[in-house]
Design a protein. Structure first.
Ligand code: KIV
Length: 278
């Protein structure tokens, strides 16, 4: 049985910490499933960590739908939240509705996430009144990176901290079931978390949020040249992969792979699919 938004809400009421991680494909979705993580974000961070762009801005609806569907296929237990990409929801409420519906129907997600506060609250209301579960995202909003002038902590002054609280409250009032708080001073995130009845999910926002979300590649050290300061360090897999691939290349070049034991006849070579890995 898949985790529901109702169960996520109950976790805050029970004081249970909420774990979320991003996933983009069969590998990351399968890993999140095996780890028993209750909520998975098909983040538009896929623009950077999967597609090689330098921001989330170029990510398209087609990208999100395809990756969301892959994650939903390979992670049958967690609640799947898929990001609405840049300009897929800001132009009109009708456009937001149509694109959110695509993420649910074609992308098989259970909820969508969108960025923004007071200004986007009417769109959140329209979606939630249409039966779509919405997660908000305030603080540093990566789709506005060029307007915000880079990857910077938000809400550092009393005035901007108060505005952030207003933003989060407006999104909750509009019906969101949870709100991501990104790059906020820990004390600001703590105040927002205390004032909201829906769960807050932090990233670079200190330990007092109701839950935490991390980007899969950051957490596992999969990208050797990029690891943000707020990333948890639970692996250094780039080193492991680089070493394994170098050894493989070296072995092929020096006729050490395959050995006769490793080369088997075509008839014994099984078809490779996600669900059949004999
Ligand atoms: O796209 C993403 O990975 C996100 C997280 C940073 C919350 O939105």
């Amino acid at each position: 049985m898949r985790v529901t938004t109702r169960q996520i809400a109950q976790m805050k009421r029970r004081g249970e910490r909420i774990v979320m991680v991003t996933a983009y494909d069969a590998l990351s979705a399968g890993a999140a499933e095996r780890a028993g993580i209750p909520m998975v974000l098909v983040g538009d961070s896929l623009g950077q960590v999967v597609l090689g762009f330098d921001s989330t801005v170029p990510v398209s609806m087609e990208d999100m739908v395809r990756h969301s569907a892959a994650v939903a296929r390979c992670a049958p237990s967690p609640l799947i939240v898929a990001d609405l990409p840049f300009m897929s929801y800001q132009v009109s409420e009708e456009m937001a509705l149509g694109n959110a519906a695509r993420l649910l129907q074609e992308g098989a997600a259970q909820a969508v996430k969108l960025e923004g506060g007071v200004a986007i609250a009417p769109t959140v209301k329209r979606l939630t009144e249409s039966g779509i579960a919405v997660m908000g995202h305030v603080g540093f909003t990566p789709q506005s990176v060029h307007q915000l002038g880079g990857y910077r902590v938000q809400g550092r002054t009393e005035k901007t901290a108060a505005r952030l609280l207003e933003d989060a409250l407006a999104i909750q009032e509009a019906g969101a079931f949870a709100v991501v708080l990104e790059l906020l001073p820990p004390e600001v995130a703590a105040t927002v978390t205390e004032r909201l009845t829906v769960p807050t999910i932090g990233i670079g926002a200190g330990p007092e949020c109701d839950g935490q979300v991390q980007v899969f590649h950051d957490l596992l050290g999969l990208l050797p040249d990029f690891r943000p300061r707020h990333a948890g360090r639970y692996g250094d897999l780039a080193g492991v992969i680089d070493e394994a691939l170098s050894r493989y290349a070296d072995d092929v070049r020096h006729h050490r792979f395959p050995t006769s034991a490793e080369s088997f006849p075509a008839s014994a070579s099984p078809a490779r699919t996600v669900n059949s890995r004999e």
